[in-house]
Design a protein around this ligand. Structure first.
Ligand SMILES: [Zn+2]
Length: 464
């Protein structure tokens, strides 16, 4: 009896030890192999500026509700591989700004495009950035010069912020897990004005709340990264704010003093926080999201073994039946109003880069593996179908980010392109695109993400 007991204790300890090594990648707490560093910077404009996101605004901003932030977290594994996530209270980084920032990060810190994620919370209470959605807003030369000034400063601020995060790295532990909260409503399949009479909400949605907890070697939480797939559009007043995501970060930081909270936007392009339009609702959704994060932090989380792998590429997304240059010149010469503005801007763009008439060859696809946590990162206003399809391929525990690295337009699924509507068709002109996307973009993107996932050995759903 005694002998059996001894053998079973040995067997159990071997199993526990091997599980532990597999889960943590290191046998001792003080040598997890990770380092992490965080940095933050207020970016609230110091003067009134045009606000990004809504085409219906009538005048520039009038003061601040809560400050806008950029935040960065740098990770380093035991072999010196590095990766940096930047989150921000802006509508989105257009390609020109993203490229300037990433070029500088390469020169200054040797970071490749694959190693850096520039995510935006898509707040509609932040400033317009350079060359982003200009067809949407009535911008005069004073507003344009303020946008230029602010955008150049922002580029420098992000580069400096990443430098600070890299410099502040300390030995760390990293944990991951998905939580859940359900205030995101599919805005295509439910009518906002009729919600009070509705007893069932129609999907699809992705209500996951991905969370990363980062502690120093003493176990103190230094950063909490979390996301949600829902438009950051509770508010349409004329005051700067991070909207519900801004309030969520404030709430998380109140719950975990000393920690920096970083919010990333998921595949929320066809999701709205409903109902909306009051500051109290923005606060309520912020508190709901923070409560979901708190629950995850206070339960068991998965400890990540040390190791960073990153992959990046740009996919060529085709347009369906774009106009010819002759047709554009005709519209520019003969039409008036928004038609003329769209055609004129597009002609200028295509003259600089002729390929942009038929396709968008710069669509950013990025995959990270932090320890064994996959992070799937896509550009543009990404609809929820992409998150759901990627979870079918790679399993439900992956983290999905949209609104990263380049905000060129909506990225609808093949189904939404077929259906049309705002996300599928009419928003394309506001973004200065020649026409609607080809339905092929969905398979192009999913195939590219699958290839990048295979490149850094992310297991498929169901694989052992
Ligand atoms: Zn949007």
């Amino acid at each position: 009896m005694k002998k059996y007991l001894f053998i079973s204790v040995v067997v159990v300890s071997i199993i526990c030890f091997s599980d532990f090594v597999k889960a943590s990648g290191a046998p001792a707490d003080s040598r997890s192999g990770w380092k992490a560093g965080v940095a933050r910077q207020i970016i609230t404009p110091e003067q009134p500026m045009w606000m990004a996101g809504y085409g219906s605004r009538k005048h520039p901003s009038e003061g601040t509700l809560v400050d806008l932030w950029i935040k960065a977290i740098a990770f380093e594994d035991s072999t010196g591989n590095r990766a940096v996530l930047v989150t921000s209270d802006v509508l989105g980084f257009p390609k020109n700004i993203s490229d300037h920032i990433k070029d500088q990060l390469k020169i200054k810190y040797g970071l490749s495009k694959a190693q850096v994620i520039l995510n935006s919370s898509h707040t509609h209470s932040g400033p317009v950035l350079r060359n982003s959605l200009y067809n949407f807003y009535p911008l005069d030369s004073l507003q344009l010069s303020k946008i230029e000034q602010y955008s150049s400063k922002l580029e420098n601020q992000v580069v400096a912020l990443v430098g600070k995060a890299l410099k502040s790295m300390v030995p760390a532990q990293i944990y991951s897990r998905n939580g859940v909260t359900r205030f995101a409503v599919n805005r295509r399949n439910n009518v906002e004005a009729k919600l009070l009479y509705q007893t069932e909400l129609k999907g699809p949605n992705d209500h996951a709340v991905p969370v990363l907890k980062v502690t120093d070697s003493s176990g103190k939480i230094i950063a909490i990264v979390f996301g949600y797939a829902c438009h950051n559009t509770v508010l349409d007043i004329y005051k700067w704010s991070g909207d519900y995501a801004g309030y969520a970060q404030i709430e998380v930081e109140k719950s975990f003093p000393g920690a920096t909270a970083l919010f990333f936007e998921g595949a929320g392009a066809d999701q709205n926080p409903l109902p909306r339009r009051t500051v109290q609702l923005a606060q309520q959704y912020g508190e709901e999201l923070a409560a979901a994060v708190r629950r995850v932090i206070r339960e068991d989380m998965h400890r990540l073994p040390s190791g960073i792998s990153t992959a990046y590429s740009e996919a060529d997304l085709k347009f369906a039946n774009p106009p010819t240059m002759e047709e554009l010149r005709k519209i520019s010469g003969e039409q008036k109003g928004s038609q003329k503005t769209w055609a004129t801007h597009l002609i200028e763009k295509v003259e600089r880069d002729p390929v942009l008439l038929n396709s968008y060859p710069y669509y950013p696809c990025q995959v990270w593996k932090l320890g064994d946590q996959p992070v799937m990162v896509l550009g543009g206003e990404l609809v929820v179908a992409y998150s759901l399809e990627l979870k079918k391929i790679f399993g439900p525990n992956i983290f999905v980010m949209g609104y990263s690295n380049d905000l060129m337009s909506y990225i609808p699924s093949a189904t939404i392109i077929k259906e049309g509507g705002y996300e599928g068709a009419t928003s394309q002109r506001g973004y200065g695109m020649p026409g609607v996307w080809s339905e092929s973009i969905e398979s192009t993107i999913l195939q590219e993400m699958t290839r990048l996932g295979e490149q850094i050995m992310i297991p498929k759903a169901g694989a052992k």
